[in-house]
Design a protein around this ligand. Structure first.
Ligand SMILES: [Zn+2]
Length: 125
């Protein structure tokens, strides 16, 4: 089974099992604009999951719904990190250094971290 097919298959399976509505971004958006809505029980994902990064990002959005700490955590950082942990634990493949690097970059968790520190919330952990 090639990676790309497995990525989409896993996403479909998660959506079906947990009855999550999956909305897709336009092709031109790439991975920009992924999000999760815990109230509507839906996730917004890239048009297609072609890369490992897009796959982990998609899992992260599911994590926002399916991980209790990601849903109810008091601090945004706690919710954000819990959703990433859920992605790492539930992925069908190993988390590589490149993925970790990207998670900590401004593309993802890193941007929240910066924001929280500026906000003073960094003290909390
Ligand atoms: Zn997130």
């Amino acid at each position: 089974m090639s990676g790309r097919i497995a990525y989409e298959q896993h996403i479909e399976e998660l959506a079906r099992t947990h009855r999550v509505t999956v909305l897709r971004l336009g092709e031109e958006m790439g991975t920009e604009g992924c999000c999760a809505d815990c109230w509507a029980w839906e996730v917004v994902l890239p048009a297609s999951i072609r890369t490992k990064w897009a796959y982990f990002l998609a899992l992260h959005e599911f994590g926002h719904l399916l991980d209790p700490d990601a849903r109810r955590g008091y601090f945004p950082l706690e919710r954000e990190w819990s959703a990433w942990q859920w992605a790492f634990e539930n992925a069908w493949c190993d988390v590589t250094g490149a993925i970790m690097w990207r998670v900590w970059s401004d593309d993802a968790f890193g941007s929240y971290f910066e924001y929280a520190v500026l906000d003073g919330e960094g003290d909390e952990f």
